[in-house]
Design a protein around this ligand. Structure first.
Ligand SMILES: C[S@@+](CC[C@H](N)C(=O)[O-])C[C@H]1O[C@@H](n2cnc3c(N)ncnc32)[C@H](O)[C@@H]1O
Length: 254
């Protein structure tokens, strides 16, 4: 418990730091990825309600609002909510933003018709049982037939074999004999946001096995109606930041 709380604190601290604040303030008005826009238009009914979890500074919240959705942006990093509110205010957009944790949502059951957790944000929750708790919370706050869209990186990406072999040794050989190993679950990665910047910082992300994610979603109660790589939805998108990540579209059954 202490390890995951510590790591979550570090995740929030990094997002509140200079490197991330600079990046996400710049990205706030960059708009939806083409893949996101296509899926939103296909699965979120016009004018319906959306909880945009891990909304950051509003990159997805602003376009959702402009498309006519009743959107609430929620993020665990108070600094991002502060920036999101400031940006929305400067554009005279009356968007509702709240600080909060996906794993402990302060909304009643069935509050929203849709949910989003974009840009792999769900995988920045440390520890599998907490990620699972967040899925259960998202399921709870959705109405029956509600739709949840999110993305993750993909463990089987080419070029990662060395990383996973090293991690296997760390978690299953060194950790049991008492070495201090930062990674909690197999697939945990710490990356440098901008190695060239003097204020560069290490951030956490979990890179999952995508079939395992499907099992977690089904365990939560969701029906997985689509799992598709970003390139399969919008070929041009896969060259952007986040690469050819996996989209999941899930429905809460009636
Ligand atoms: C990669 S950023 C994406 C931000 C925004 N969605 C975008 O696309 O620019 C991931 C976001 O998830 C948020 N986040 C991480 N864990 C969270 C949690 N448990 N509950 C809510 N937000 C969380 C982070 O604070 C961060 O803003």
């Amino acid at each position: 418990m202490a390890a995951e709380k510590d790591l979550q604190k570090k995740v929030i601290e990094e997002f509140s730091g200079m490197a991330a604040v600079k990046k996400y303030t710049k990205e706030a008005l960059s708009g939806l990825w083409e893949s996101e826009e296509k899926l939103i238009k296909r699965y979120f009914k016009k004018g319906s309600s959306v909880i945009d979890i891990g909304c950051g500074t509003g990159r997805t919240t602003i376009p959702l609002f402009r498309m006519g959705y009743k959107v609430t942006g929620l993020d665990i990093t108070p600094k991002f909510i502060e920036i999101a509110k400031r940006i929305a205010g400067s554009k005279r957009l009356k968007i509702k933003y709240v600080a909060g944790d996906a794993a402990a949502l302060k909304f009643k059951e069935g509050s929203f018709e849709n949910a989003m957790f974009s840009f792999n944000g769900w995988t920045q929750i440390p520890m599998e049982n907490i990620r699972l708790k967040a899925l259960a919370e998202i399921y709870r706050v959705l109405k029956p037939r509600g739709c949840f869209i999110f993305t993750t990186h993909i463990r089987s990406w080419k070029g990662f074999t060395k990383l996973w072999l090293k991690q296997f040794a760390k978690i299953y050989i060194l950790k049991p004999v008492g070495f201090h190993i930062e990674e909690i679950d197999f697939g945990d990665v710490f990356f440098s946001r901008d190695p060239t910047a003097e204020y560069s910082s290490k951030q956490f992300i979990h890179i999952p096995n995508v079939s395992h994610i499907r099992r977690l979603l089904e365990k939560t109660g969701f029906s997985v109606v689509l799992m598709a790589k970003r390139s399969e939805i919008a070929p041009g998108d896969s060259t952007l930041a986040s690469g050819n990540c996996m989209f999941y579209v899930c429905i809460k059954p009636e």
